[in-house]
Design a protein around this ligand. Structure first.
Ligand code: PLP
Length: 284
């Protein structure tokens, strides 16, 4: 039985309660973060706390806990649940109030929920096999840089990809890849250049993306932050995704076409190795 956190209290998961009037439930009026846990420690909590602050600001939402208290709570949850490897999910909502499209009074308490989930990350199966991608239209709203819980379209897209025999979808706007359903998307060109979509409202500004691009810089690899097409991806020597819950995961097939040799490529593997080593060193 897991211990979860609900607005100031640590409770057993079966005892946890959130109001039916909560705006996270009624309007998806909520933001979230997923922080990975390695060796019982949090990976890049600072990055996640900063992005949470950015999401909150963009939605004119408050969080009734300061970053330092959130950090302490994350550590407490990891300790209470003996998590060695996995993740901490944090959600902040605008709180509970009578149903109304207009925001409730500013003094309404935010709802803060967090829980842990154990998951093999370093030895994840998909890191060895790579994943298959299907491309689909990106029908999400326009503010994908805000990490809100309105995840229905990404969820539908993932199911559609599965129906097509793939593991996940890459989403397309005007024929160009934005990102995966829950990860950032990359290709490596035949000349060894890493290409990933530039930062804008079209994608989530991944915490793993930032760290991995830093690793690429340290390795002296060339990076181009720009849109790329599916046609360009078909010609790539490698492809991969990044996310807190996936680290760097190879992509071996796109729309039924083999990427490179159809197995995890050397650039992808090197980036994964270095990202994991750096994360283990810096985790708190
Ligand atoms: N893009 C989307 C749409 C996501 O949902 C996520 C993570 O959940 C990412 C990218 C990767 O972000 P991060 O590296 O911060 O986990």
């Amino acid at each position: 039985m897991r211990t979860v956190f609900v607005s100031g209290k640590y409770v057993e998961e079966t005892e946890a309660q959130v109001s039916v009037f909560d705006r996270g439930f009624l309007f998806a009026d909520a933001v979230y973060e997923v922080t990975s846990v390695l060796d019982g420690k949090l990976v890049d909590f600072g990055g996640h706390a900063r992005r949470l602050a950015r999401s909150l600001k963009a939605l004119d939402m408050k969080c009734d806990m300061e970053p330092a208290a959130l950090l302490e709570m994350h550590r407490e949850l990891v300790a209470r649940n003996n998590v060695e490897e996995g993740l901490v999910y944090l959600q902040v909502t605008r709180g509970a109030a009578d149903r109304d499209f207009a925001f409730p009074a500013p003094e309404t308490s935010s709802t803060i929920v967090a829980f842990t989930q154990e998951k093999p990350l370093v030895n994840a199966e998909q890191a060895k096999t790579g994943i298959k991608i299907a491309t689909l239209d990106d029908l999400r709203w326009g503010l994908c840089d805000i990490k809100t819980v309105q995840l229905l379209y990404p969820s539908l897209a993932k199911m559609e990809a599965r129906k097509k025999g793939a593991d996940d979808a890459w989403l397309l706007r005007d024929g160009m890849v934005t990102e995966g359903t829950s990860n950032n998307a990359y290709i490596v060109t035949q000349d060894g250049v890493i290409v990933t979509r530039d930062l804008s409202h079209a994608i989530l500004h991944g915490i793993t993306r930032k760290a991995v691009l830093h690793c690429a810089h340290v390795l002296d690899l060339k990076v181009e932050e720009r849109p790329f097409s599916v046609a360009e991806a078909f010609e790539a020597s490698e492809a991969f995704i990044t996310a807190a819950a996936a680290f760097v995961t190879p992509v071996v097939e796109i729309d039924g076409r083999t990427v490179g040799r159809g197995s995890p490529g050397p650039v992808t593997q090197k980036l994964r190795e270095i990202y994991i080593a750096e994360s283990q060193k810096a985790a708190i």
